[in-house]
Design a protein around this ligand. Structure first.
Ligand SMILES: Cc1cc2nc3c(=O)[nH]c(=O)nc-3n(C[C@H](O)[C@H](O)[C@H](O)COP(=O)(O)OP(=O)(O)OC[C@H]3O[C@@H](n4cnc5c(N)ncnc54)[C@H](O)[C@@H]3O)c2cc1C
Length: 387
């Protein structure tokens, strides 16, 4: 068994690095300037089969598990690319795979595995609810063989670049449900039919190129056959999928941290000021070394959480801790890398300011650091809850 922390799935890592070499800095800079979707990059990943590693072989994927998926995303980010445009194609189908009917799985999973169908939109967050998901109010009313959906979602990424969306709605009002987390359901929405027929998508321009949007539902009709699992149990189904999402995004943070550490240590060795390499000064060298130490520790937690997930064990706490440690490691590495580059860190051509903006997201989404600390403080350590 190879115990080095960055050598899992070496063939996959090598193949991803090769693919990413075809999408260098100028490609991402142009997309960033235009806030344009990296279609060519996503197509290349799809054709190489990297986005279907979590789909079982019976449905046309490679069934390799989360360990392989984390290797793919880490290498994408270490190469200076960004998996945010398509990482959800890997894991959003988990809700369908775990809780969908055989008919639903047979109908959709092989086409998701081949890339013919894009399922990379995940609609949970609402402006009036924020992190308190039990307060969502988008409501699906049953009318014959359809649900009729009214409400609003915010920050729903890739909705314009997806054929299907996993949507969390209320089917029983919060005040009528036995528990606040009851009465929510998951619908699979066919966006190709929905847009213009009860669904409006409005893009939100953000500090990074992330294709995120607002959604407005005005009597959108969704067939009852598109309900995933049992009505009213949707919150639990969504929580299941969130563990995979947090571990995968933690892997992206590890990749970002490695990108920044590689760039910072190279630059610190080559840049000469006052007659010597700036990296010989401990004020420059030690933060880079510290970033490496923090990233290495976080990577162990990401691997641990992924191994628990792949073994089918409970991993909610580990997924949260991995995501927190990795996002903090990538942010510290980003800040250190920018500082190491002095003024050049701010120049677009170095890609550091772009990656700096990109990696900041992960302390807020998909779950903010405070909510992770609250989970650990109350669920793990048994302290009282403030809310
Ligand atoms: C670019 C981007 C893409 C996204 N993509 C998606 C997507 O595809 N699908 C989707 O459903 N959502 C998506 N999100 C939403 C994301 O998951 C949320 O923004 C995130 O979970 C934080 O929720 P919020 O913005 O509502 O913050 P709020 O819940 O309003 O919280 C604001 C701040 O207050 C803090 N806070 C809140 N409550 C407490 C408390 N009790 N104790 C201590 N601190 C607290 C939080 O930590 C946070 O820092 C995306 C967001 C962004 C910015």
């Amino acid at each position: 068994m190879d115990l080095t922390i960055d050598q899992t799935f070496p063939e996959i890592r090598e193949a991803v690095r090769k693919l990413c070499a075809g999408f260098p800095g100028p490609y991402w800079r142009q997309k960033d300037r235009d806030r344009a979707y990296p279609t060519e990059f996503v197509t290349a990943l799809t054709e190489a089969g990297f986005l279907s590693v979590l789909i079982p072989e019976t449905y046309g994927g490679s069934g390799l598990g989360l360990g392989a998926a984390t290797a793919v995303l880490e290498e994408i980010h270490r190469s200076g690319c960004n998996g945010g445009a398509c990482h959800a194609q890997m894991y959003t189908m988990g809700t369908l795979l775990k809780h969908g009917s055989s008919a639903q799985k047979d109908a959709w999973l092989p086409r998701i595995a081949s890339g013919e169908i894009r399922l990379q939109a995940f609609g949970v967050t609402e402006p009036g609810a924020g992190t308190d998901t039990t307060r969502i109010s988008t409501f699906a009313r049953r009318d014959g063989d359809h649900y009729v959906v009214r409400g609003q979602k915010i920050w729903i990424s890739r909705a314009e670049h997806s054929d299907l969306m996993v949507l969390l709605v209320r089917t029983t009002a919060r005040e009528d449900a036995a528990k606040p987390s009851d009465g929510m359901s998951v619908l699979l929405v066919d966006l190709r039919e929905a847009v213009g027929n009860g669904l409006t998508i409005r893009p939100i321009r953000t500090m990074l190129n992330h294709a995120t949007t607002e959604l407005f539902f005005d009597d959108l009709h969704v067939p009852v056959g598109n309900l995933i699992g049992e009505e009213g149990k949707g919150f639990r189904y969504i929580l299941d999928g969130m563990n995979a999402e947090r571990i995968l995004i933690a892997a992206e943070c590890i990749g970002d941290a490695r990108f920044f550490i590689d760039r910072a240590s190279d630059y610190a060795q080559s840049r000469e000021v006052f007659g010597g390499a700036i990296g010989a000064n401990q004020g420059v060298q030690f933060p880079i070394a510290r970033a490496h130490v923090q990233m290495s520790a976080a990577a162990l937690m990401v691997n641990h959480a992924g191994a628990l997930f792949d073994a089918g064990k409970a991993c909610g706490t580990e997924a949260n801790m991995a995501k927190m440690l990795a996002s903090e490691a990538s942010w510290f590495a980003a800040d250190t890398c920018l500082q190491t580059h002095g003024g050049f860190g701010f120049a677009e051509d170095y890609d550091i300011e772009r990656k700096f903006r990109e990696t900041r997201l992960y302390q807020v989404a998909p779950i903010s650091t405070n909510l992770i600390l609250s989970h650990v403080g109350t669920h793990v350590l048994g302290m009282p809850k403030s809310f």
